[in-house]
Design a protein around this ligand. Structure first.
Ligand SMILES: Nc1ncnc2c1ncn2[C@@H]1O[C@H](COP(=O)(O)OP(=O)(O)O)[C@@H](O)[C@H]1O
Ligand SMILES: [Mg+2]
Length: 504
């Protein structure tokens, strides 16, 4: 007998507003780059032609971040809706916005205080500030003094003025270092700015190329003023120099809604261009590139079509998901990932190009291109021992990509304590090139070491001395080289150490 009842009887309703701490959980999958990309989306939706990302530095501390645009601004009667989580809005077919979450989720993933100052044409400047305080029990948002909002908007941001615009300001940013060491702050800033240039340049490459929009990044030192501007240049992952005959091909995927086109590209060969070597590495960037309204959502991965494989790294597929493809994909709220549902891989399996090409044909062609392109370069190179312990994973990968490997035990390069002041020890038994620990701090410039530290030093030694470990014993020539390297490098290491000790 079934006890299942279709109807659930109810006796009234209660209001269950979310606890404000739920705000804290918003946007947990954001990084600084994806969070800023979400703010840039809003500026683009607002019709901005110029967008500025500014880090604010006071002394050696990074105290905040601004995103400033010259878009159409927010009208006074809309600012509260804009600050509301899920605040509803009507989206047009062009808009990058989607969930009514971006501004809040992106900001609170990085900062504890969000201020929005904005002016729409013909309206007064308005501002709101929202602080996430621990123990805060309500959703109150502060109303910023209109005079302050106006003064901030009127500052000389060096953007072409349009009479309207928006400033999003973050304070108490968690990700920014609070070190008192100016060198560390500088290093953080230059690394972060270059990551951001990479990420924004990739995410918005079509928009930057096709529309009249510029994004720049700078740093304002409260005492010293504004530094140089770093422009964001578009990075097109499909900008290879010459095409393989017959490629790219469009595979048509049948769906219940609009058919989907997969434009299957094959890079002719590896390249050192930023377009090929995308942030995260080319190998991880093989696979599918999903775009929505000209914005790249997701760069690489096969979504169940195939496993990632170093030999498929020339394969990149461009997919626009503007149409009605319900059920095939979901986009995460951070707009940094598209996940394909199980029906996607099935649909792709039956996809065909005009000439009958299938996805399997494409993957085979991409692999053949890889093998072909590599045969030309690696065949001429002498095989080496595989890199073993002590190498930075990126260095190992590079060596494996660049050189044929001998089918032998790998070579390790590691530190240990020596009883002498020699710099090197060639240990045939363990296939290890030992480095004298006594020089480590100096060679690392005082930074803390790890198992895979000193990648440049180890890569150089690998290239210079790796081959003496090949074969059964050291020949006379090897022994002579080992003596030479020992003499010269021990002297160099001592010099490095005395310079380091004189400085600290
Ligand atoms: N830079 C901006 N310029 C103009 N309006 C903005 C800007 N940033 C946010 N808004 C307004 O705030 C609303 C909420 O933004 P957001 O939380 O990112 O959600 P969504 O973009 O999905 O609508 C937007 O719909 C827009 O009306
Ligand atoms: Mg948005």
């Amino acid at each position: 007998m079934s006890v299942w009842s279709q109807e659930v009887p109810t006796e009234g309703a209660v209001q269950l507003p979310p606890d404000p701490r739920a705000m804290d959980a918003l946007g947990r999958n954001h990084s600084l780059e994806t969070a800023l990309a979400d703010l840039v989306d809003n500026s683009i939706d607002a019709g901005a032609t110029d967008i500025l990302v500014r880090f604010v530095q006071r002394g050696t501390r990074l105290v905040g971040l601004y995103v400033v645009d010259n878009g159409r601004g927010i009208k006074p009667d809309h600012i509260d809706a804009a600050m509301t989580v899920g605040g509803n809005r009507h989206y047009t077919g062009e808009d990058l916005g989607h969930f009514g979450l971006g501004l809040k989720a992106a900001s609170f993933s990085q900062a504890a205080s969000l201020t929005v100052l904005s002016r729409a044409p013909g309206h007064a400047a308005v501002g709101r500030r929202w602080k996430l305080a621990s123990g805060k029990r309500d959703y109150t948002c502060d109303i910023v003094a209109g005079t302050f909002a106006a003064a901030e908007l009127d500052r000389n941001w060096q953007l072409p003025t349009s009479g309207s615009g928006t400033i999003v300001r973050w304070d108490q940013v968690h990700g920014l270092p609070s070190s008192d060491d100016p060198e560390q702050v500088d290093e953080f800033l230059s690394r972060t700015i270059s990551h951001l240039q990479g990420h924004l340049g990739l995410t918005f490459h079509r928009i930057l190329t096709e529309r009249d929009i510029r994004i720049v990044i700078d740093v304002e030192d409260i005492q010293l003023g504004v530094g140089v501007r770093h422009p964001v240049a578009p990075t097109d992952p499909f900008a290879y120099p010459d095409t393989l005959p017959g490629w790219p091909k469009d595979l048509r995927v049948r769906t219940s809604g609009t058919d989907l086109l997969m434009r299957c590209h094959i890079w002719p060969r590896r390249s050192n261009s930023p377009e090929y070597r995308l942030p995260g590495g080319a190998e991880a960037r093989q696979g599918l590139y999903f775009y929505r309204r000209g914005r790249l959502l997701h760069a690489g991965g096969w979504e169940g079509i195939h496993a990632s494989d170093p030999r498929l790294q020339l394969a990149r597929v461009c997919i626009d998901i503007d149409g009605d493809t319900t059920g095939l994909f979901v986009m995460n709220p951070e707009k940094s990932r598209v996940s394909a549902g199980p029906r996607f891989a099935q649909a792709v399996a039956t996809a065909r190009a005009h000439d009958g090409t299938t996805i399997t044909d494409y993957l085979q062609a991409a692999e053949a291109a890889w093998i072909n392109a590599n045969r030309r370069t690696t065949a001429r190179r002498k095989a080496v021992l595989p890199p073993g312990k002590g190498f930075h994973p990126k260095v190992s990968r590079e060596v494996r990509n660049e050189l044929p490997l001998l089918p032998e035990e790998p070579l390790n390069i590691q530190w240990k304590r020596f009883t002498t002041d020699a710099f090197l020890e060639f240990d045939r038994g363990t296939r290890t090139l030992w480095l004298n620990q006594a020089y480590r701090r100096a060679l690392l410039g005082g930074r803390r070491g790890g198992a895979n530290d000193a990648p440049v030093l180890k890569a150089l030694l690998f290239l210079l001395a790796g081959n003496v470990f090949e074969g059964a014993h050291f020949g006379a020539r090897d022994k002579d080289n080992i003596d030479l390297w020992q003499e010269v490098l021990t002297t160099a290491a001592k010099a490095e150490r005395s310079t380091f000790e004189a400085r600290s």
